[in-house]
Design a protein around this ligand. Structure first.
Ligand SMILES: Oc1cc(-c2ccc(F)cc2)cc2nccnc12
Ligand SMILES: [Mg+2]
Length: 214
């Protein structure tokens, strides 16, 4: 049945984006998904909000849950200072295979470690496997029913410290009600909603930024 949607997106990047130029990779994906076929990238409405939070935090260690094709991986990694690291976790091997190639096309493979597997299984292994004591920034963009259990796991594994910033995609569409209720009512977080739009559409969506208070 031919190429998958992620593979078609990869082809568009290889055809239209300049190797080693992250901005051209971002633009090629946004053009393809806006004009050819929709895909679940954070996109060019929410993307600048992601950029501003990453730039403000300037993380030495960052974690992304849900790589998909690597669009937000490229958005985050292009803003990291030299020596900073982004770990991105993807459950679906076919998605991971495309993401590796898109991240490489952007020339960001040295800043990114893509780990294949379930976030619930991998989070407890991060300290020993990567020698990371805590994350300055976490982008949640995977399955919505994993957001809450995964931040509780990050807390329990001691991977968050005072000032760690969580940014969650899709808190309106598809929606993460349990997660929102938790971060907005827990004394351990200071939470803020950034209203925007579901990628490449006019539907409402937004990002929730939550600072861990320790
Ligand atoms: O940004 C996203 C959008 C959607 C999505 C799918 C279908 C719709 F109709 C609306 C929204 C799903 C997502 N799953 C995982 C990570 N991010 C997602
Ligand atoms: Mg998303």
């Amino acid at each position: 049945t031919g190429l998958s949607r992620p593979q078609r997106m990869l082809k568009a990047v290889q055809k239209n984006a300049t190797k080693g130029d992250p901005q051209s990779v971002i633009a090629a994906i946004d053009y393809y998904c806006r004009h050819k076929e929709w895909a679940m990238n954070v996109g060019d409405d929410k993307g600048p909000i992601l950029d501003s939070v990453v730039s403000e935090v300037n993380p030495s260690t960052a974690l992304e849950l849900g790589t998909y094709c690597g669009y937000s991986t490229v958005r985050i990694a292009r803003l990291l200072s030299p020596g900073s690291k982004l770990i991105t976790v993807e459950f679906n091997p076919a998605y991971a295979a495309v993401a590796r190639q898109i991240i490489a096309h952007a020339g960001l493979q040295n800043k990114v470690t893509l780990v294949e597997g379930g976030s619930g299984d991998l989070i407890p292994k991060i300290k020993e496997q990567f020698g990371i004591t805590s994350f300055d920034f976490v982008f949640l963009d995977h399955w919505k029913d994993r957001y809450l259990p995964d931040i509780k796991l990050l807390e329990d594994c001691g991977l968050l410290k005072k000032g760690s910033v969580l940014l969650a995609d899709n808190v309106i569409c598809p929606g993460t009600p349990e997660y929102l209720e938790y971060v907005r009512n827990s004394p351990r977080y200071k939470s803020q909603y950034f209203q925007s739009y579901l990628e490449y559409t006019k539907a409402e969506d937004g990002l929730e930024k939550s600072v861990f208070l320790g």
